[in-house]
Design a protein around this ligand. Sequence first.
Ligand SMILES: N[C@@H](CCC(=O)N[C@@H](CS)C(=O)NCC(=O)O)C(=O)O
Length: 229
Amino acid sequence: MITITAMKWVLAFAAGQVRDHRARWILNEVGWSYEVRLIDACDLASSQYRKKQPFGQVPYLEEDGRPTLFESGAIVIDVATRAGMLIPAEGNDRSLVLSWVIAALNSIEPYLMNVAEVEYFMEDAEQKEARRPAVVAAAEQRLSQLEIALNGRQWLVGDAFTIADLMMASVLKIARRLDLLKSHSELMLYQDRCLDRPAYRKAVADQRATIDSHEMADMRFEEARRTAG
Ligand SMILES: N[C@@H](CCC(=O)N[C@@H](CS)C(=O)NCC(=O)O)C(=O)O
């Protein structure tokens, strides 16, 4: 049996965005059944949890007889490879798919997260105004570079949807939520194409259903803060 972890509840801006949707999406794509272990702030902080996810984050993926996997990118690559789906087993296109998965996580996502941090987490209005232009400009540059690299193609590698597209479309959700895609119409069309899949829709609907059926108190933030001292 496969188990993944997911948050019981998150703030509205993060609903549908939490990274367990990537694990759900690839598992739905390959048709493997899985259970979801719901996590709160006390779980995330616990030493038992950190033995499986050293950074106290979701998701991890646990499976009988295998090491617990963490990092959504590693989970997606591992599941797709073992299922023999959405990534070639070998050859040049496999290498390119891996390059693009890492590019999504390493060359695009951090720039988008810098903007997200300013918009969602910076409280001081003056600091926010001062930092916003630089982080938005850097993110815009990355998005333009991606748009040029895509060069009007349907998919990042070859002539079919792969996990390169799964991961890039997932990362671009952060840009979409921050309204950063409005001047990148090609990327918007590309992302729409990638997200138009039953496996994705189910992943996000399931995540949202859990979040909607819980409330902030279920996350036990205060208890986790008290325990942390
Ligand atoms: N690089 C990790 C990032 C995971 C991550 O940032 N998870 C967030 C939710 S989307 C989380 O658990 N945040 C709680 C925390 O960092 O305390 C991955 O891709 O799996």
